[in-house]
Design a protein around this ligand. Structure first.
Ligand code: SAH
Ligand code: SF4
Ligand code: F3S
Length: 482
């Protein structure tokens, strides 16, 4: 266990160990010395700021970076005006990249006035060779660049930035290594993400994730269970199991374990009251999983089931490996087994070659399913993916019109679903004091809907019964039920 390690007892006069994670403990101890020196120079503890772009995986990775920085003596700042700034990047759509380039310009200006400051970039965008080339050419003020496969080496790389001048770049093409037992600093103390697998093998034709996150690798069930047991001991009541396709969890382990079986094991852990997971690929969603969801007292009544398109022809072009009918049949099966379940989804508009008829198929599925919420995206061309080479990219103005139509329908259906819950009493995990009104707290129901109700800070992290009094479209006002 990491918290049994005393960094100050590590002998730094020897060569670093070759085994992981011991090697990283050695470099953390080394960084701690450098950070102490820096603190003396600055007259205070150096500060850091991690900005996360992208999905829950990146959010969890940022907690790992934060864990190491706090362990070596840095203090978290609330803005980029810090001694060490990291951008943990995303590249799933072009606008994710644009945000990073824009903010780097601002950071450069800040660094000119604060030359001792260090800037690091990591995450999915760094796995793209063109990005690295651009950084090398025009962004020399960046101190450290690393990717998704070697994030566990952060302490070692950080040591490098203390010991050498100039830009340090370390990008790996892939890895089959999973390093356990490194420090993590959680953003919330009552809920936590838990990686169960890394990478993706699906190669949906529009998607860059398999190229930047590498091949699918599952963590061993015993490592996952141990982590969750420790989280529970630490007061965590809700966990979110993370993977690009959780339904294929465990298939490539030496001793294969199904995702449903993993859930059964997790269910037994005392103290954990809510289990969520993300993302479920429809092609791999098993009957066994549906059974486990139906019989579980802890798995939340929510399933995120990305549709991407309702047109069987487009789904084939997307390499999704299910068609419209199969998706609808699956939804029917799930609703039958878990009648109350909230269904949410991801949809892409404007995939190459999408016709009006194809789009109508998507609208049809949206109407038939009646999602509780949906993330809608305009197709973004990602260099290197098969879809980028497809002719017939759909004109922007047509995509915009379709996108607006879809958004309206999705909002209508979400409102309708939410309204139907009004008057019910639901279990709510209180997450924070309301930002706009301090007399209220904000919490989340099992089905992922949000409710604001009168309460105080002491309720944070507790699961309470709340009566849903008024529906505001996507959220509710309520009051605690006695
Ligand atoms: N593994 C998850 C999704 C990860 S990416 C899954 O298979 O569902 C999150 C979402 O981003 C995807 O579901 C998809 O809707 C969207 N997305 C991915 N690539 C995209 C692209 N090139 N353009 C627009 N949206 C994209
Ligand atoms: Fe991308 Fe498809 Fe993998 Fe999801 S399953 S990460 S959409 S390739
Ligand atoms: Fe983005 Fe990487 Fe997640 S590309 S969506 S941060 S896996």
């Amino acid at each position: 266990m990491y918290n049994e390690i005393d960094l100050d007892k590590i002998n730094l006069d020897t060569e670093p160990p070759t085994e992981e994670p011991e090697r990283q403990y050695y470099f953390m101890a080394k960084c701690r010395r450098y950070a102490a020196c820096l603190a003396r120079e600055l007259g205070q503890r150096p500060t850091f700021f991690v900005q996360t772009f992208g999905c829950q995986m990146n959010a969890r990775d940022s907690e790992k970076l934060t864990g190491i920085l706090e362990e070596i003596g840095y203090e978290q700042a609330q803005s980029e005006e810090a001694d060490f700034v990291i951008y943990n990047t995303c590249t799933v759509r072009e606008n994710a990249n644009n945000k990073v380039w824009g903010r780097l310009g601002y950071l450069n200006a800040y660094k000119k006035e604060h030359p001792h400051m260090k800037i690091a970039l990591c995450g999915c965008m760094m796995q793209e060779p063109e990005v690295i080339e651009k950084l090398r050419k025009s962004y020399r003020f960046v101190d450290l660049v690393f990717g998704t496969h070697n994030i566990y080496k952060f302490a070692e790389l950080l040591t490098g930035t203390f010991e050498q001048q100039g830009m340090l770049i370390d990008i790996w093409k892939g890895t089959d290594q999973i390093v356990e037992n490194l420090p993590i600093e959680r953003k919330y103390n009552f809920k936590s993400g838990v990686n169960i697998m890394f990478g993706c093998n699906n190669f949906c034709s529009y998607c860059i994730v398999p190229y930047v996150r590498g091949r699918e690798r599952s963590r061993k069930p015993e490592d996952i269970l141990k982590e969750i047991e420790n989280l529970a001991k630490d007061g965590v009541v809700e966990i979110m199991l993370l993977g690009q396709n959780v339904n294929s969890y465990g298939k490539n382990l030496q001793e294969p374990v199904s995702f449903a079986e993993l859930l059964r094991q997790i269910e037994k852990i005392e103290g954990i009251e809510r289990i969520r997971f993300m993302t479920s690929h429809p092609k791999d969603l098993s009957d066994e999983l549906i059974e486990v969801m139906a019989s579980s007292g802890k798995i939340c009544n929510h399933l995120h089931l990305p549709l991407q398109s309702g047109s069987s022809r487009i789904l084939k072009e997307m390499n999704r490996r299910y068609d419209k009918e199969q998706y609808l049949t699956l939804v029917e099966k799930i609703r039958k087994a878990v009648p109350d379940i909230a269904l949410t989804t991801d949809i892409i508009v404007g995939f190459p070659g999408e016709t009006e008829e194809d789009f109508e198929e998507t609208m049809d599925v949206v109407q038939q399913v009646g999602y509780d919420s949906a993330f809608t995206f305009i197709y973004s061309k990602r260099t290197g993916t098969p879809a980028a080479a497809m002719e017939e990219q759909v004109p922007e103005d047509i995509v915009k019109v379709r996108f607006e139509r879809l958004l309206k329908e999705v909002q209508r259906s979400a409102e309708e679903r939410a309204k139907a819950l009004t008057g019910r009493v639901e279990k709510v995990l209180v997450e924070e004091v309301n930002e706009q009104d301090e007399a209220l707290v904000t919490g989340r129901m099992g089905n992922n809907f949000i409710v604001h109700f009168p309460g105080t800070e002491e309720l944070i992290g507790r699961i309470v019964d709340v009566k849903l009094k008024e529906c505001k479209g996507f959220y509710f006002y309520g009051e605690m039920a006695d």
